[in-house]
Each structure stands twice: as structure tokens, then as C-alpha cells.
Write a protein that binds this ligand. Structure first.
Ligand code: CU
Length: 423
């Protein structure tokens, strides 16, 4: 085998190769920069879709342009000097001591620029912090590796929420409404960010931080956790779904519907029993009863470091799951939903997995059954989680994430049938 060192030096020593390096670097560099310019990227900060992100954009753009102009000037002068005064063996130039006029000018000019930028910056910071005109309050809790949202009972953008609603991954908000998020964490530090709606806010255990959000049009706005939070940080995503007031009311009423037990004797009914045996110790489904007729209450604090697992009462009203990483609807239907005009968006969204399904049909056309099945078959294989029982000593036997429950295919059939009714 070659010693790699010999190889490299013999290659790079040829003048031809030395000339190719800068070109290769330039091509890669330009490629990386242009890669950030994808059109209509869903997490593009330069496509604000709400009042606060618009404020940030109004500030960031002029600053970006000024900084760009300054950058071009500085780099041009440096390049000019490097070439013009390159050491060609010429005499050392005459030594001078400073240039007061130039130095004063170069101190005053940046000071003026910074002062000019400071004024709109401070104004924007205070405007972004405004909470007094909030029209809805939603609690947001981060944990490894998903976001929980709980809506307190009360008025939200003109819609009366009569009982608390708990959901995961997908934050549903009324459009044209100032929504105040109260953000915290149950384990490590996370950071909540929906780039098209506002800046980031850290979710810190034991602290409450606020973030205001307003979406000026119905639609889906995606984001991801932006504070490294361990193993599956990259799979901790989130979305905000904005609906017109009427559609939002429909969504709220639907979330608060009383639990409907599956028809006795059906596959879903067997699924309910399997759920109670295998899943209900971690996952809450509101209203579900144990065989003895008493309410089944999850105790995730016994099994999870964060003390929580997603509430599955209305699982099928979401379009993605497990840190909003895996689609619950098919690719085709997701594209249809994401490309819907704002006026059509709400109606489509409320149909969820039942989008495009002919009236009377019993199987939902848009359901991404493969994803849900593979999650139930072996969740940690889909999303790395801290769920190896031999490694749990440091966490008192508690998991970070969902373990593999070694379910049989028959049990998965039952659970899918049961979960499909959680809509
Ligand atoms: Cu995180």
C-alpha cells in the first residue's frame, strides 16, 4: 500500500495541480452559496409570511446590503494591495507614521453607519417583544425530540376553546392573529424556529420564554429545532399551520370531540385493547377507558426522561409525526396541500388523510400507512433514540424516545385500524 503522504506531495507538487486548486475551491464555494438560493424553499427567512418576520426582513435587508457594499469595497482594496505591492524584491518603501486624516475618517464613517443601523435595530427589537396585543396563548414545550403544544382554555383569535387541547409537532393557529407562544423545555435546551413567521427562541428547562407569531395567510410554515439537543436533533422538526377563523374553529371543535370507542368486534376494537396493553402507559388518548370502565391515564413520567410522550387523541389530524419528521400523508397529497392556494388550503388540511377520498369510501386515499407501520414495527430504527435497555442505567431506566416494542404484524394491523379512527 502507498503511504498516503508520499502520494499527496507528489501530486500537489506539479504546477498544474497547484493552479487547479483555487479553481476547484471556487467552484465548490460558488456551488454552496448558490445552493442556498433554492426558489420557494419552505424555510427561507427572506420570504416573510407574517408581521414579525416582515419586521425582521425590513431590518435585515438594508443591513445586509450595506454590509455587502462595505465587504466588496474592503475585499477589492485588499486584493488590489496584495497584487500591486507583492514582494518582487523591490526596496522596502519609505516608512511613515500614520495618517491622521485617514484614520479619523475611517473611525467616523463606521461610527455613523453603526449609529444609523442601531436606531431601526432597537425599534425592531422592541416591536418584536410586544405582547400586550396578543389574541391567543399557546404553551410550547420542547423535549427529546419533539415539540408539544397545549392550548389553554379561553379565547384564541375569536374562537372559544372550552377545554385544554394537547397536540404534537404541528402547531395549528388562526391566521391574521397575534399568537403568543410560551416556550419551555422538559429536558435539555432546544430552540423553536419557524423562519417564515419569526426569529428563534430558545426553550430552556425551568424558564419561560415568549415568542409572538402571526401568519398573514392560511398555509403551512415549517421549521426545525435549532439548538443541538442530542442524538436525534436533526429529526426534531416542527410546523405551524395557519387557518382562517372558521376553519380554525372547525379544527378546535374536532379536537374536543368526545372519545368514540371502535365498533365492538371490529379490528379497531382489538387495536384499542392492544393500545391499552402496549401504549397507554406512555401515550394519552383522552377519554379512552380501561376494560374495567375507569379512565386510562398515561404515566410517561415513569418511562421517559422528559416525562412526556405525544398525545395521540387526534393523531390523524396531523400531516406528519415523530418530531414532524415522517409524513402521515402521501407525497402526492402533501404536494397538493403545500401548493394549495391560501383560499383552498384550510378545507384540504381539515380533510387530512381523507383528502381526495371519494365519498363513501372507507380507506383514506392520502394515508401514508407505510410510514406509520414502520414506526410501530421498530421506532428507533426510523429515528435514532436512546432506547437500548442495557444503556438506561444513567437515566434510571427511563427512555429518551420510543422503544422497539417487538409488536407482531397482526398487532400492527389492529393498531393502525384503531389509530385511523383518532381523527
Ligand atoms: Cu431540540
Amino acid at each position: 500500500m502507498h503511504r498516503s503522504g508520499d502520494n499527496v506531495s507528489s501530486l500537489s507538487a506539479t504546477p498544474q495541480n497547484r493552479r487547479r486548486w483555487p479553481i476547484a475551491a471556487l467552484v465548490v464555494g460558488v456551488g454552496v452559496v448558490l445552493g442556498g438560493c433554492a426558489k420557494n424553499a419552505p424555510q427561507d427567512t427572506f420570504r416573510p409570511a407574517g408581521s414579525n418576520s416582515q419586521r425582521i426582513d425590513n431590518l435585515a435587508r438594508p443591513v445586509f446590503y450595506i454590509a455587502g457594499i462595505v465587504g466588496v469595497i474592503v475585499l477589492s482594496v485588499i486584493t488590489y494591495c496584495v497584487i500591486k505591492f507583492k514582494d518582487r524584491g523591490q526596496d522596502i518603501p519609505e516608512q511613515t507614521h500614520g495618517n491622521p486624516k485617514l484614520e479619523i475618517a475611517l473611525t467616523i464613517l463606521p461610527a455613523i453607519i453603526l449609529a444609523a443601523i442601531a436606531v431601526p435595530t432597537v425599534v425592531t427589537v422592541f416591536a418584536l417583544d410586544k405582547k400586550s396585543d396578543s389574541q391567543c396563548v399557546i404553551n410550547v414545550t420542547g423535549q427529546q425530540w419533539w415539540w408539544e403544544y397545549d392550548y389553554t382554555a379561553g379565547n384564541c383569535g375569536g374562537v372559544e376553546i372550552t377545554a385544554p387541547i394537547v397536540t404534537a409537532g404541528e402547531l395549528v393557529i388562526p391566521a391574521h392573529t397575534n399568537v403568543l407562544l410560551r416556550i419551555t423545555s422538559r429536558d435539555v435546551i432546544h430552540s423553536f424556529w419557524i423562519p417564515r413567521l419569526n426569529g428563534k427562541r430558545d426553550a430552556v428547562p425551568g424558564r419561560l420564554s415568549t415568542l409572538r407569531m402571526e401568519a398573514s395567510q392560511p398555509g403551512i410554515y415549517t421549521g426545525q429545532c435549532t439548538e443541538f439537543c442530542g442524538l436525534s436533533h436533526a429529526r426534531m422538526r416542527q410546523a405551524a399551520v395557519a387557518l382562517d377563523t372558521n376553519d380554525f374553529k372547525t379544527w378546535v371543535d374536532n379536537q374536543l370531540q368526545a372519545y368514540k370507542a371502535p365498533d365492538p368486534g371490529s379490528l379497531a376494537a382489538t387495536g384499542e385493547a392492544t393500545f391499552l396493553a402496549q401504549c397507554s402507559k406512555c401515550h394519552q388518548i383522552n377519554g379512552i377507558l380501561k376494560p374495567d370502565g375507569t379512565p386510562s391515564l398515561a404515566e410517561p413520567d415513569l418511562y421517559e426522561v422528559s416525562g412526556a410522550a405525544p398525545n395521540l387523541t387526534n393523531l390523524m389530524t396531523r400531516t406528519a409525526f415523530a418530531g414532524w419528521t415522517f409524513d402521515l400523508i402521501s407525497d402526492k397529497c402533501r404536494n397538493e396541500l403545500w401548493n394549495a392556494k391560501p383560499a383552498d388550503f384550510g378545507a384540504l388540511y381539515l380533510q387530512g388523510v381523507w383528502m381526495d377520498t371519494p365519498a363513501g369510501a372507507t380507506t383514506p386515499v392520502c394515508f401514508n400507512e407505510a410510514n406509520l407501520r414502520s414506526w410501530l414495527r421498530n421506532a428507533p430504527a426510523m429515528k435514532p433514540m436512546f432506547s437500548d435497555p442495557t444503556q438506561l442505567a444513567s437515566t434510571g431506566g427511563r427512555y429518551r424516545g420510543m422503544p422497539n416494542l417487538n409488536l407482531s404484524e397482526a398487532q400492527i394491523d389492529q393498531l393502525v385500524a384503531f389509530l385511523l379512527e383518532r381523527k
